[in-house]
Design a protein around this ligand. Structure first.
Ligand code: MRU
Length: 374
């Protein structure tokens, strides 16, 4: 268990550390925590699976940086973190008027919204925080209680996500049966959410209920969320998981080992086009070629009816070093041109179904996605 604690002066965000050696199966690790002493604690996902470090954040700039650097990642977890980030920001401000408080809340939200562009949950959570701040500012709540009241909204976003993921898992599990092989990409598990995950939620529920699934986890180049995070958290939970390189998915399908693909998403456009970790589109094409269903699991907060189609989803491009360096070494020639998009868009016609907390949605998505909000 991650109990032994050391501190380091070298890392400005670093407060708590523990070697992973003793950590075996048990309770899922939480990627985001609001501590008893009112500090935001983030599991440093960059250090997994080798180390379990929690960073304690008390400054809104550090929260921005943690999202940007992918200390915390995964659409729902980013949203939860940003909601707490607003509280961290406003708590450090000296405001003397309610109007000023509201302006500052909006400013912190606008700042945090610039940390990453693709996952719509970030903007959804920040909009929810600012909407609640407006409500509070229009009530008789005294100025000194506003931060505490707004914190309750961040806590609600966090807690609700756990229940939502469980419901996604319940719906998704109706699509799986004992003995099936399931392939997943990136990490849409407990580490990317409050608990359970989206794409991994049915796998955890299956495990709880004695339904045996064989999971294949793509390593997910270049940041290796599949190898470092999905393989780690499923192994911790005692799930039968096999790690493969991204370029092995076709062969695994050809061998008949995969009966369904399930992934998470960062944003679903109104027409059902799906933005997710780079490589997802290729998997969807492969699934179609092998006549395997391709499922996408997400909370409805990931569905963006304001973005008509996938080509309008902003796709983050990340630093070239993610591709030109590995294992602590340079793995490509100096000055090579690099293209490093973090996400791609899978066209809706390749998506068999989208599984939300409200149920399973199928094509025609421009109608069915609208209906689940009604
Ligand atoms: O760049 P990341 O690691 O934040 O990308 C994460 C993904 O692509 C996930 O599949 C997505 O956010 C869904 S998480 C439930």
């Amino acid at each position: 268990n991650p109990t032994s604690t050391t501190t380091s002066q070298e890392h400005p965000l670093y407060v708590e550390s523990s070697e992973n050696s003793g950590h075996t199966t048990g309770e899922q690790l939480q990627s985001v925590r609001w501590s008893e002493d009112d500090v935001l604690e983030l599991l440093d996902q960059r250090a997994l699976p080798n180390e379990i470090n929690f960073l304690r954040l008390t400054d809104v700039q550090d929260v921005w940086q943690a999202i940007y650097d992918m200390v915390v990642r995964g659409a729902p977890a980013i949203g939860i973190t940003a909601a707490y980030g607003v509280i961290i920001g406003i708590r450090n401000d000296q405001v003397v008027q309610v109007e000023e408080w509201l302006r500052q809340v909006e400013q912190h939200a606008a700042y945090l919204a610039t940390s990453r562009p693709t996952a719509v949950n970030l903007f959804w959570a920040l909009d929810r925080m600012t909407a609640r701040a407006h409500e509070l500012a229009n009530t008789e709540v005294p100025l000194e209680q506003l931060n505490e009241q707004l914190l309750q909204e961040a806590i609600a976003i966090h807690r609700e996500d756990e229940e939502i993921c469980r419901q996604i898992g319940e719906h998704a599990l109706t699509l799986f049966s004992d003995g099936m092989g399931i392939l997943t990409h990136c990490n849409a598990g407990g580490l990317a959410t409050a608990k359970y995950g989206t794409a991994l939620a049915p796998i955890y529920l299956a495990k709880e209920r004695g339904i045996s699934l064989k999971v294949f986890a793509d390593e997910t180049r270049p940041v290796l969320q599949g190898a470092r995070l999905t393989a780690f958290e499923l192994q911790q939970a005692g799930v039968d998981v096999t790690l493969i390189c991204d370029n092995m998915a076709a062969m695994v399908m050809q061998k008949g080992w995969v009966q369904a693909v399930i992934v998470g998403t960062d944003r679903v456009a109104a027409n059902g086009d799906v933005a997710n970790k780079i490589g997802t589109y290729g998997l969807a094409v492969l699934a179609k070629a092998h006549n395997i269903p391709f499922y996408v699991a997400c909370p409805i907060s990931t569905i963006d009816l304001n973005t008509p189609s996938g080509d309008l989803i902003p796709i983050e491009e990340r630093h070239e070093k993610e591709i030109t360096e590995a294992f602590g070494k340079r793995t490509a020639p100096e000055h090579i041109q690099v293209f490093n998009p973090a996400f791609d868009v899978t066209p809706n016609e390749l998506v068999t179904a989208i599984i939300t907390e409200r149920g399973i949605v199928k094509s025609p998505y421009h109608i069915s996605l609208k209906e689940i909000f009604e």
